[in-house]
Design a protein around this ligand. Structure first.
Ligand SMILES: [Zn+2]
Length: 241
């Protein structure tokens, strides 16, 4: 392969590599994963909040249960006194009986409170379970997206690897100074270092060159320079090297 042909082939190969790399970077699966992770952070924060809320409700419920137990113990104690028959004084018995009634009312009130609290806790737990299920669903979706990304991305990466190998073989054909010039132009000219003279136009910058410039280029070697964009300009493809 002559230098001009190899140069054009190398330039084409590099454009292909750039396109494939861009496709890899912009895979829709990648953006979908990022979007999902963003949403998951919100749901997980909500889930943590729901967990705290349930724990608070459980603490309140335990407190009410303790209070009920305390009142019950008091009632039992007073009742033992009444039942023992040791208190003969009628007034004292009456007062004790009123005390027991009052405690029983307290207990009733607490038990109603407990029921309301249990309902609240149940609703809170149901809400927390719902959020936890949403988190699980999002995690499953994330795993699925990652697998898809790895498959599509893996195919693209293998394609890029093959292109890179082909690029290395093409670069070997070029003389060192020519390759160096190509690389430096590619770096400074948005990834495109070579144009081809097509009629009187440079294929890289698409500028129509004046006829005397075209004549001069045609009289020169197979690889000249575009007077407009200053990229290398391949004038004769596939003849002299
Ligand atoms: Zn040009």
């Amino acid at each position: 392969m002559d230098q001009a042909t190899a140069l054009v082939a190398l330039s084409d190969k590099d454009l292909e590599i750039t396109r494939a790399t861009k496709r890899l970077e912009e895979l829709p699966e990648k953006q979908a994963i990022l979007d999902l992770r963003h949403k998951m952070r919100d749901i997980e924060a909500l889930s943590a909040k729901a967990g705290t809320y349930v724990a608070q409700l459980e603490a309140v419920q335990r407190r009410i249960e303790d209070e009920i137990a305390t009142v019950s113990a008091k009632i039992a104690l007073e009742q033992t006194k009444v039942d023992s028959g040791a208190i003969g004084n009628h007034k004292e018995l009456q007062s004790l009986s009123r005390e027991i009634d009052s405690l029983a009312r307290q207990k009733d009130k607490k038990e109603n409170e407990l029921l309301a609290q249990m309902e609240k806790l149940e609703a809170g737990k149901a809400q927390a379970d719902k959020i936890a299920a949403t988190v699980e669903k999002a995690k499953a979706k994330e795993a699925q997206l990652i697998a898809q990304f790895q498959k599509v991305g893996g195919d693209l990466q293998r394609e890029i690897d093959t292109l890179m190998k082909q690029r290395v073989s093409l670069a070997k054909v070029l003389d060192a100074p020519l390759l160096e010039r190509y690389e430096s132009l590619r770096a400074s000219k948005h990834g495109l270092g070579v144009g081809i003279l097509k009629g009187s136009m440079c294929s890289a910058c698409r500028i129509d060159l004046p006829s005397e410039r075209v004549m001069a280029l045609k009289d020169g070697g197979p690889i000249g320079e575009c007077p407009s964009c200053h990229r290398m300009l391949v004038v004769h493809l596939g003849d002299r090297s």
